[in-house]
Design a protein around this ligand. Structure first.
Ligand code: SF4
Length: 259
């Protein structure tokens, strides 16, 4: 299937299935400088013109002092496309690098989140779109399972804690083969982040594991994605979802009262 058709079909499926975008939404795309968010922006710009739902798209980039190349080519690319783009240099993140150069992802992402909400507020957006791909969802599932003792991946759609923004991940069904090919086809400039070059990380180990298995099992990630949407709670170990009362029908969501 044509690359663009395949991309739009998968993004459209995610938006529809998880009710990501609604009439009147203003969607701010978080551009990280990588191929995934660049592809996401292109897909949403195309859908903005074609989808039956009326919504608008803008974009922003938060600079946290980790880009390895100048941002100007990205600025020029977006200007030529007529995309409303905000570049936000997060002073607090720069201070963090100076004061705690060895800080971890927790702190870095907390700073980023704060900056993202601030920028989205300035853009008058009510939806923030992130470029996490099918690969990210599969890796997150394994990482959380193996290292946090929680069976979870990433939310395809969720609200910010103050309920001001809907946070969406429309590339949930799109793999990085597609984003790499599509971003290259569009000529989107890539501004890599220093962290993407790190070796010896859990993320890198999981990527290598997938790469070695996928030679023999090419549909591995598709199967993992399907599994995430087809949970058999009776074959897991969470008592909230098990029938421990000998056949009495149990509300699988105990927080909701039985009628
Ligand atoms: S990988 Fe790098 S940029 Fe990403 S959250 Fe961790 S420290 Fe921050």
């Amino acid at each position: 299937m044509d690359l663009e058709k395949s991309l739009l079909r998968k993004v459209g499926e995610a938006i529809h299935r998880f009710k990501m975008i609604r009439d009147g939404d203003r969607v701010a795309v978080a551009l990280s400088g990588g191929k995934d968010s660049a592809t996401l922006l292109e897909a949403l710009l195309l859908l903005e013109k074609r989808a039956p739902v009326q919504f608008s798209v803008c974009a922003f980039t938060v600079e946290q002092g980790k880009f390895l190349r100048p941002i100007e080519p990205l600025a020029e690319y977006l200007k030529q496309k007529g995309v409303a783009w905000t570049y936000y240099r997060d002073a607090a993140s720069f201070r963090l690098i100076e004061e705690q150069p060895g800080h971890g992802c927790d702190l870095c992402s907390r700073y980023r989140r704060r900056a993202v909400y601030e920028v989205a507020h300035g853009l008058n957006a009510n939806v923030i779109a992130f470029g996490h791909t099918a690969d990210d969802f599969c890796e997150a599932l394994l990482r959380n399972t193996m290292f946090t003792g929680r069976l979870s991946a990433l939310p395809p759609v969720t609200m910010s804690s103050d309920k001001e923004y809907r946070l969406i991940r429309p590339l949930v069904f799109v793999n990085e083969e597609i984003t790499a090919a599509y971003a290259a086809r569009c000529g989107a400039p890539i501004v890599p982040c220093g962290c993407s070059q790190k070796t010896g990380t859990v993320r890198r180990a999981l990527r290598d594991m997938f790469a070695s298995l996928e030679g023999e099992y090419p549909h591995l990630k598709e199967n993992i994605l399907s599994a995430m949407g087809n949970v058999d709670t009776s074959r897991l170990l969470d008592p909230r979802f098990l029938d421990l009362d000998g056949g009495a029908k149990k509300n699988p969501f105990p927080i909701l009262a039985e009628p």
